[in-house]
Design a protein around this ligand. Structure first.
Ligand SMILES: [Ca+2]
Ligand SMILES: [Ca+2]
Length: 238
């Protein structure tokens, strides 16, 4: 969601709090997370990831991007808009430094030669632009996505993302970290966003993170679906 859509979103937010916003279509990729879906929106934008590029602790390359219907926002600043640290706006507002995936859209990002290792607790954080209407957690505005990881960019292991209630998805929590406020993007205790522990899915290391919109048709046209701000690696491979 973006600033110009706020009045509409605030009207919709109470519905989201009681489950009224959960009627979107199911993900084209299925629940297993295997394979890649193809969005029906704009043409795929393939960037590629160089395994010899410098290792980074925020996303620095795009393996693929398949926007779904209703995408568009952020593409004029793509791919840089999903690189680097998040630009959180706190509990009451969503960042506009985001790329909208569209309905069932998907994107996969890498970290140059870098990788995510399974360390103590959470290993990486995905930042969307969820917020709470009026700052009240009882009225969240969320556009959720399923997160998967891969070592080769072809075989994926998903963190199961279920609805009713929503569990295990990215895009649930507001983002606090912003380059202007000094809040670390790499500390799950303060950064906001949604943190994931590789141990939860039996993975010890990953080079790529994929996000697939799972929320169907939420959001105004152009900003439909999961809005990705950034990904931060808490436990980078040595
Ligand atoms: Ca871990
Ligand atoms: Ca961003």
């Amino acid at each position: 969601m973006i600033a110009r859509a706020l009045p509409l979103l605030l009207l919709l937010a109470p519905l989201a709090g009681c489950g009224g916003g959960d009627e979107g279509s199911t993900g084209a990729g299925g629940a297993g997370g295997g394979g890649t879906s193809t969005g029906a929106g704009a043409a795929p934008a393939k960037i590629g990831c160089d395994p010899h590029a410098p290792a980074t602790t925020t996303a620095s390359c795009v393996l693929f991007f398949h926007p779904g219907p209703g995408a568009g926002f952020g593409q004029d600043r793509f791919p840089e808009i999903v690189f680097g640290p998040p630009h959180g706006a706190g509990k009451k507002a969503g960042s506009t430094d985001v790329l909208s995936l569209g309905t069932d859209g998907e994107i996969a990002l890498g970290f140059g030669a870098g990788a995510i290792d399974d360390g103590e607790g959470d290993d990486f954080i995905v930042f969307e632009n969820a917020f709470y209407a009026g700052g009240n957690p009882a009225y969240p505005f969320q556009e959720l996505g399923e997160v998967s990881v891969s070592t080769d960019g072809e075989t994926w292991t998903a963190f199961p993302c279920t609805r009713s209630p929503w569990i295990g998805c990215a895009g649930r929590h507001p983002v606090e970290s912003n380059p202007k406020n000094g809040i670390s993007a790499f500390d799950p205790a303060v950064a906001g966003g949604d943190a994931f522990d590789l141990a939860a899915i039996g993975v010890t290391s990953a080079r790529f993170v994929r996000i697939q919109d799972r929320h169907g048709t939420r959001g105004a046209d152009g900003t439909t679906g999961f809005d990705l701000d950034a990904i931060a690696v808490v436990h980078p491979a040595p």
